[in-house]
Design a protein around this ligand. Structure first.
Ligand code: WT7
Length: 572
């Protein structure tokens, strides 16, 4: 299928001709119109004559399968919207989706948006404390969850006065539900054919995704319904999805890739997508591609490196000839992985760069553009991206010089603020540029080369974890006095969490304590946030004002120069 015509013209042609209005026009949106992501991804597709086309092919961990057409999406999202409205949930209220990758998560996303509420997807592997922080910040009104995750919600309910409804999508009536808990079964509920979709406008809040920073608690990145203008056209041009494609985005909708491209991108284009609700295993993944004849595959460097590790022999056991286009996001995609994919799949994984805040791909490789393995590619047409000087925030003219990745605000899917945190949002803009918090250089051909993050945030397997949140959790352990958390190199996940800890006086560290502390964090936050290594130290490097210098610890882990430590109080 390699000769499949592309959706996007050559990069040069698009750069000269691209306008976001093209996307508005294709979606049938005129300024001032009602625009609702839920409606655009289901009812609109049905009106285009695709009601009976498959929208979702879902497979669970034991191989069970469910299929939904676009008409099913339309009716079932109506059903969920009707249910949400029936609970008395108002437009603008936050409704959390806290589920594994089950169909209710994907269709519920559309349903909540149709009701006018703001949808807040959270990664189902989060522990109670991660959940509490985010539900408390958003003052969430209702949460959809599964029986298996219910105890985590019940645990924190007393600390969440705003949380009025816990909706369980797979309750089997084996145990009585408590007050404010209610069962809802999507597949068997009475289907609602006509629903009065909330008449949201371009700037109406839609999705609230929590993302971690260096300091403070995770921030709620506030998207609006108009974001679909970006997500539709970038999915079409960069991921090249077309009417006859079977698309697979491996990301979990608890993170932005799983919503922008795991829900909105595919369905706004009326494309069939597959979801695999099972953990990573090379064999399972290849089998999934073979079985469903997946053509377009959007994944992440960690997964690609994990597949590489499994070797090339296993690939020969499967017929993967359906694949025609591969892309990746989340962390630097190393040149070796790009070259390897060409060797084994006959196709390059095209690296794409973006963030929760940008809502859509902003720098990327494109179907018809020369690949320079290891480069993130070039700005998406319609987006002005550059690198700016670290101090002056003026664009760097000289090629190959490292600066901060900066974007000119104004594309449709940029977040509008951080939830209740306008100050931090405003702080991201300097000299008229939005600063991504990443460093890169641009070569003589305009290709971007990623260098690293400009802050202490840890990117583990494509997921950002904030050191502050982990340090705070560590401090809750009765034997921990102080802690500093940094990323350390890892061959598959790029970085994993490492904690430096000083213990309370009189405590002697041992392996048992290390494991106990690791588990303590895993339960409270998540497996991602759990330190993979703990180093017990007598003291932590601090500035004279007492601030822990993570930078010094990080540099040691990476074997890098420590840089200016003139403000350091104690020598390590
Ligand atoms: C951060 C954003 C939006 C996708 C999922 C992550 C890093 C993302 C790349 C890439 C190097 C990358 C950056 C960015 N990142 N893509 N292709 N190469 N780094 O969304 O959780 O908001 O993380 O992920 O550091 O700022 P996110």
């Amino acid at each position: 299928m390699s000769n499949h015509p592309r959706n996007m013209r050559t990069y040069e042609e698009e750069i000269n001709n691209f306008k976001w209005e093209i996307s508005c026009k294709e979606l049938g949106y005129n300024e001032g119109d009602v625009i609702n992501i839920g409606e655009y991804c289901s009812d609109r597709i049905c009106r285009m004559g695709k009601a009976d086309k498959l929208a979702l092919i879902w497979e669970g961990h034991s191989g069970e399968e469910k299929r939904y057409t676009f008409n099913d999406l339309r009716q079932l999202s109506n059903t969920i919207a009707h249910f949400v409205r029936g609970l008395g949930i108002n437009p603008g209220d936050r409704v959390c989706l806290f589920m594994d990758k089950v169909p209710e998560l994907y269709i519920g996303f559309l349903g909540v948006l149709k009701s006018g509420a703001i949808v807040q997807p959270l990664f189902s592997a989060f522990g109670s404390e991660s959940l509490l922080t985010r539900l408390d910040d958003a003052k969430t009104t209702a949460i959809f969850t599964q029986k298996k995750h219910l105890p985590k919600v019940r645990n924190i309910l007393k600390d969440l006065p705003s949380l009025k409804h816990i909706i369980i999508v797979d309750d089997d009536a084996s145990k009585p539900l408590r007050e404010c808990e209610v069962a809802f079964h999507m597949d068997t509920a009475e289907r609602i054919d006509h629903f009065d979709v909330y008449p949201s406008k371009a700037e109406t809040p839609s999705v609230l995704h929590y993302t971690s920073g260096t300091t403070g608690k995770p921030k709620g990145a506030q998207h609006v319904h108009y974001s679909i203008i970006s997500q539709y056209i970038t999915a079409k041009y960069v991921l090249d999805i077309q009417d006859d494609d079977i698309y697979w985005c491996t990301a979990d909708p608890g993170w932005v890739t799983g919503t922008s491209y795991g829900i909105i991108g595919a369905w706004s284009n009326g494309v069939t997508q597959c979801v695999l609700d099972a953990g990573f295993k090379a064999e399972t993944w290849y089998k999934f591609i073979e079985k469903h004849k997946i053509t377009v595959w959007y994944s992440a460097p960690t997964a690609i490196r994990a597949l590489m590790k499994e070797g090339n022999e296993i690939i020969k056991k499967f017929d993967l000839s359906s694949l025609r286009h591969l892309a990746s996001v989340g962390e630097p995609l190393n040149a070796e992985a790009v070259i390897w994919s060409k060797e084994v799949f006959g196709l390059y994984f095209l690296d794409t760069f973006w963030q929760t805040e940008t809502g859509c791909i902003v720098v990327s490789n494109y179907p018809e553009m020369k690949v320079k393995p290891g480069s993130m590619g070039k700005p998406f047409p319609g987006i002005t991206a550059t690198v700016v000087d670290l101090n002056t925030h003026v664009p760097i003219e000289k090629k190959g010089v490292v600066g901060m990745i900066a974007l000119k605000p104004g594309w449709p899917s940029m977040i509008r603020t951080y939830w209740n945190n306008e100050v931090t949002y405003k702080g991201k803009f300097k000299n008229g540029w939005y600063l991504c918090g990443d460093r890169a250089s641009i070569d003589e051909d305009g290709y971007f080369w990623f260098v690293g993050r400009d802050d202490d945030v840890i990117n583990t397997g494509g997921h950002l974890v904030g050191p502050f949140e982990i340090e705070s959790a560590l401090l809750e352990h009765p034997l921990v006095a102080e802690s500093a958390v940094v990323g350390k190199p890892d061959p598959v996940n790029m970085e994993v969490v490492k904690a430096f800890i000083t213990l309370k006086p009189g405590t002697v560290p041992d392996k048992m304590l290390e494991l106990e502390i690791m588990n303590f964090v895993r339960k409270k936050l998540s497996a991602l946030a759990m330190p993979q290594e703990i180093e017990f130290v007598d003291s932590l490097p601090k500035t004279r004002s007492g601030k822990i210098m993570r930078r010094v610890l990080r540099a040691k882990e990476w074997g890098e120069e420590i840089g200016d430590i003139s403000t350091l109080e104690n020598d390590m």
